[in-house]
Design a protein around this ligand. Structure first.
Ligand code: HEM
Length: 432
């Protein structure tokens, strides 16, 4: 343990959270105070602890995870997601996670190949039409709509098109169109629960073969209770999957095209790898995993711009972090953004270098210095689905187009719940 019992920190108080100002301050606090510091949060009347060392992060998320629940900021997320697996705790979380996990098994993801391929092809045709008219592409809007389409189809299957026909529009479109994640959005989004409830009721009434997440969740029975999920539970889990699966993936693809647009040699290598993978349609999970360079580019994009740039935990009992004792019910902040740029664990951390994820460099890195999908029991359940759709997307588009920026200006970030580009990213595409 350290000889002092309190870590260093700034004199002035500040409410750290999902805001731009928090990220600016965290960069400065890290520079001045190092791996472990604390900041007084006037809004809470308590100190928030920030940890930046991979060993401490490993302790909180993995080896001593039982001592932590999710922390500061979860109340707000609960308004949007209810009690789904992103926000729930304890026995309820464990039971739900166990029931949902099989839906993300490799064998299931393999069967989503046709869906992922069809959506990407449809967007590629749309991009081609715009290219023919000489129009630029709004990459932010396109990736947002595309990833929403994939996540909705993976959840609702053929019911999505039926809903669109019956209602004359996609009732979930607001998720991509509305970018604010405020109370107004939460209210409008939660209102969709009714629609999901009707869908569940219809499926219970008229059982049919569906291959989608909703069908898998409805079929699951808890090992402990012998019961399936209630309607309310199903609604919260479905809403959680929509939000968790959409914006993170969209932001990563936008950042990726931004980075590729700034690095011509990377774009060239992506096209070469995409050409080697060829035209086989749809690309199978295994084939996307063979896209080594594309994978490195996505990993590097997730390193520099992890959408989940900040997450929080709250201690149950006392613990020791960075050599300092922390009391029970202390909020601990972990920032993948800061960790992924930690100068002690990364060479030239601010530079875009996909090759750092190639062997042997990758093997030499501290395992907990890179956590875009988090680690431990509460790591992202959708990691492999996300990688699958992102690899397929980058391959499909690289094979068909040259994608270039319309200007050289760096794009600014916006750090809210997710890390996004502040303004929409415009690019030009040319058919190859
Ligand atoms: C690039 C894409 C993605 C990134 C970077 C990402 C990142 C993360 C991170 C960092 C967490 C942990 C948050 C925390 O502990 O506070 C998480 C949890 C979660 N993610 Fe993802 N995610 C992505 C895509 C997806 C997709 C496609 C889905 C589902 C369709 C998904 C569903 C979830 C769920 C349900 C959780 C909560 C798991 C639990 O607590 O048991 N994510 N994600």
């Amino acid at each position: 343990m350290n000889d002092t019992t309190t870590p260093p920190g700034p004199d002035e108080g500040f409410d750290l959270g999902g805001t731009d100002e928090s990220l600016i301050r965290m960069r400065e606090y890290f520079r001045v105070h190092g791996d472990t510091y604390r900041v007084f949060a006037p809004g809470r009347g308590a100190y928030f602890y920030v940890i930046n060392h991979p060993e401490d992060i490993k302790r909180v998320l993995l080896t001593n995870h039982r001592n932590y629940t999710k922390g500061e900021g979860m109340d707000r997320v609960k308004i949007l997601l209810g009690n789904g697996i992103m926000t729930s705790e304890g026995e309820h979380w464990r039971r739900q996670r166990r029931m949902i996990q099989p839906a993300f098994h490799r064998r299931v993801l393999e069967q989503f190949g046709a869906l992922v391929g069809a959506v990407n092809d449809r967007y590629a045709d749309r991009w081609a039409a715009k290219a023919a008219r000489g129009e630029p592409i709004d990459i932010s809007d396109e990736t947002s709509e595309l990833t929403l389409d994939i996540v909705l189809r993976s959840i609702f299957g053929t019911d999505l098109d039926r809903l669109k026909r019956e209602l004359g529009e996609n009732p979930f479109a607001l998720v991509a169109k509305e970018t604010n994640r405020d109370l107004k959005f939460a209210f409008r989004f939660r209102a969709l629960g009714k629609l999901i409830q009707q869908l569940i009721a219809r499926r219970r009434r008229e059982p049919q073969d569906h291959f989608d997440f909703l069908a898998m969740l409805m079929a699951q029975v808890s090992r402990d209770t012998g019961e399936g999920m209630s309607d309310a539970e199903l609604i919260d889990e479905v809403m959680t999957l929509i939000v968790a699966g959409h914006e993170t993936t969209a932001a990563t693809l936008t950042w990726t095209w931004y980075l590729v647009g700034r690095h011509g040699e990377t774009a060239e290598r992506l096209r070469a790898e995409a050409d080697r993978a060829g035209e086989a349609r749809p690309l199978a999970l295994e084939e996307t995993e063979a896209l080594e360079f594309t994978h490195q580019v996505l990993q590097e994009s997730l390193r520099l711009y992890p959408p989940g740039w900040l997450f929080t935990r709250r201690s149950i009992d006392a613990d020791v972090l960075g050599g300092y004792p922390i009391g029970p019910r202390t909020d601990v902040f972990i920032s993948p953004y800061m960790l992924h740029r930690h100068p002690a664990f990364w060479d030239a951390p601010e530079e875009f270098r996909p090759a750092r994820f190639a062997a042997p460099d990758a093997a030499l890195r501290h395992r907990f210095a890179y956590i875009p999908f988090s680690v431990g029991p509460r790591h992202c359940i959708g990691e492999h689905l996300a990688m699958f759709e992102m690899l397929a997307h980058v391959q499909t588009m690289s094979r068909r187009f040259r994608i270039e920026r319309t200007c050289d200006e760096p794009v600014e970030y916006e750090a809210q719940i997710n890390l996004r580009t502040r303004s929409n990213l415009m690019m030009t595409v040319t058919e190859r």
